[in-house]
Ligand binder design. Structure first.
Ligand SMILES: NC(=O)c1ccc[n+]([C@@H]2O[C@H](COP(=O)([O-])OP(=O)(O)OC[C@H]3O[C@@H](n4cnc5c(N)ncnc54)[C@H](OP(=O)(O)O)[C@@H]3O)[C@@H](O)[C@H]2O)c1
Length: 373
């Protein structure tokens, strides 16, 4: 199954149920909705997406969006008029803009998908929130925890929906894994191993090699296995790590060990120089679950009992829509239709927790980002 990895990748108003608050105010007046109350009414018709940036992952996301009932690509915004037009024509967008501001001022866009490189997420996300748009932002939400915290605080203050595009948490295999763990099928979780790696181009101009474009395997790839273990084990009591750094200080591969008050241990490995197994194993005192690759959208899970009568392993398979990104779009639709400002499947507090752990991981591994200098 093709997996999205870094290589790859003034309109007429029709009137709609979702309306954002007035734009232009940096801080909401006291009369604005209290934190966590939606600034927009629940979506009742098709959900109208605005695509902000036209790179590799935006392409993959839009192909999956075409498979989601009720999704419309209403508009595309790019730094380039020509790229917006070309991308928009390919994906059937009604309107295209040669600026992010144009896209954000379109009244017929309900939710903005931010797909710029991560150093530019915060600017786009804050502008979209200010415009009263719901936002799905590519991972990692911020370059560092302080950025993620600022975006989450802004969305909560404004009452707008915000979700990190951590599509892994929405895929059927990962949802089933969480159900099996919650049902106690492996007992108390004692060990989680999660890995993700791919062999990416070593071109120094590539986004994942260029520090100015946020290059960091921990941020780009490691965010998945780190989210995976955090989703199951919560906040660790300690984290140690090592990384392999390029001549420009980019972590090309990293390994983390996390320990927990519960007595559990987790390992996280990530690489952009090796196509690793990209699997996970979740082991408890009654059994283990072997998660097939890729961990973001596992096509199958194998449950092996290690206590009691030791029955035959059980295999669980769940169909995946598209490459799996469709499931996060479906979750966004569900939340908007329910009037939620946050997805219970992808909680913002956990996005921030993982961002803090990434900060710790970079410190442990000696990784310095341009903004840290
Ligand atoms: N969910 C996943 O599986 C997955 C996979 C890969 C990447 N990602 C994430 O998605 C984001 C984008 O990755 P990508 O691989 O799609 O990158 P990409 O192919 O380089 O595309 C990023 C796009 O952002 C815009 N852009 C580039 N430089 C910019 C700048 N300096 N300021 C503002 N906009 C700029 C460009 O669009 P315009 O020319 O239209 O402005 C560019 O095409 C990253 O945060 C990455 O972590 C997620």
């Amino acid at each position: 199954m093709p997996v999205p990895m870094p290589t790859s990748a003034d309109p007429p108003s029709t009137g709609r149920a979702i309306q954002g608050p007035p734009t232009g105010a940096a801080d909401p007046p006291a009369s604005e909705p209290a934190a966590h109350e939606p600034a927009h009414a629940p979506a009742t018709g098709p959900v109208r997406w605005g695509i902000l940036a036209t790179g590799g992952i935006a392409e993959t996301f839009c192909r999956d969006l075409a498979l989601v009932p009720g999704a419309e690509i209403a508009a595309v915004g790019s730094r380039s008029t020509a790229r917006a037009a070309e991308f928009g024509a390919r994906h059937g967008a009604a309107r295209t803009y040669g600026s992010h501001a144009g896209l954000l001022s379109d009244p017929d866009v309900d939710v903005v998908y931010v797909a710029t490189p991560h150093p530019f997420h915060m600017e786009a996300v804050l502008a979209a929130i200010e415009a009263g748009k719901a936002v799905l932002c590519e991972k990692p939400l911020g370059m560092r925890a302080s950025e993620s915290e600022a975006m989450v605080a802004a969305a909560r203050r404004r009452g707008t929906f915000l979700m990190e595009a951590m599509w892994m948490r929405c895929t059927p295999g990962v949802r089933r894994l969480r159900s099996l763990v919650d049902e106690g099928r492996v007992g108390q979780v004692r060990s989680v191993q999660a890995d993700l790696g791919d062999q990416l181009s070593t071109d120094p101009a590539a986004r994942w090699q260029n520090p100015d474009l946020g290059a960091s395997t921990l941020l780009d790839v490691g965010v998945y296995p780190l989210t995976f273990v955090t989703m199951l084990l919560g906040e660790p009591k300690a984290l140690v790590g090592q990384a392999v750094l390029s001549g420009r200080g980019v972590d090309n591969a990293a390994g983390l060990v996390l320990t927990y008050d519960s007595g559990a241990i987790a390992t996280v490995t990530c690489s952009q120089h090796a196509r690793t197994g990209s699997t996970a194993t979740v082991s408890g005192d009654r059994g283990r679950i072997e998660v097939a690759a890729p961990i973001m959208a596992p096509p199958s899970l194998r449950l092996v009992a290690t206590a009691g009568d030791d029955p035959d392993p059980e295999l669980f398979t769940d169909p995946i829509i598209g490459v799996g990104m469709a499931h996060e779009a479906i979750e966004v639709h569900r939340c908007l239709q329910a009037g939620l400002t946050e997805s219970p499947l992808v909680p913002l507090d956990e996005t921030v927790l993982v961002a803090r752990l990434l900060d710790q991981a970079r410190q442990a591994c000696g990784v310095v980002l341009p903004g840290d200098r």
